[in-house]
Design a binder for this molecule. Structure first.
Ligand SMILES: [Zn+2]
Length: 210
């Protein structure tokens, strides 16, 4: 039994929140074919995260691992785990991160990859993002090229987010791949994921009619 497993009791609420987020997101078709990965913070130094290849719509606690933010990652974690851990290290307010392969995010990422950003402006639903009080602000959703070297990608993402001007949406897109979305807890992260999907639907329709 690894050192990390001694945290399983403290991790129970985080595990429950990941299981629930997986159930909801899978029901929407955002985690097809065991794709995506989901995580939640346990404490300042630990998170729980889904293991590779598990059905995210029917997770059990065995499908999750507790990892320390500064630990060498266990081998059965998703290759995308470094992108989660880098976000938690960069922002202590983040309590949950949902990485989904929702088709609209993969598509919007490809369409806006050259620009490196998708701008949301004028949509009432922007207020579903924590801290947003008006449809009138311009929210930036950074877009990154997809990459299989996720350690390098995580460094690029964090450097970019730290330097982004203006207001950032609580998420980013990977072109042809999906989205990373976060919140203070699993519920808020799921609300952000749901809002992003609806906003991408609106944005896609808008881009095709104007
Ligand atoms: Zn992915």
């Amino acid at each position: 039994m690894s050192h990390a497993n001694t945290y399983l009791h403290q991790a129970a609420p985080a595990i429950a929140s990941v299981i629930e987020a997986g159930r909801l997101a899978a029901a929407r078709g955002w985690l097809p074919a065991t794709s995506g990965n989901l995580s939640a913070r346990v404490d300042a130094r630990h998170v729980v995260i889904t293991r590779s290849g598990r059905d995210k719509g029917a997770l059990t606690p065995d499908d999750l691992a507790v990892v320390a933010l500064d630990q060498v990652l266990p081998g059965d974690l998703s290759a995308e785990a470094p992108l989660h851990l880098a976000r938690y290290r960069a922002d202590p307010a983040i309590g949950a991160i949902l990485h989904a392969h929702q088709p609209l995010a993969a598509l919007a990422g490809r369409r806006h990859q050259d620009a490196g950003v998708l701008l949301l402006q004028g949509w009432e639903l922007q207020k579903a993002f924590a801290g947003e009080t008006t449809h009138d602000s311009t929210l930036r959703v950074p877009v990154f090229a997809n990459a299989q070297d996720t350690v390098t990608l995580a460094q690029q993402v964090e450097a970019h987010l730290a330097a982004e001007p203006g207001r950032l949406a609580p998420g980013y897109l990977l072109a042809g791949h999906g989205a990373y979305v976060w919140g203070r807890n699993g519920k808020e992260a799921f609300r952000h994921l749901e809002a992003l999907d609806a906003l991408l639907q609106l944005q896609q329709a808008w881009e095709h009619t104007t």
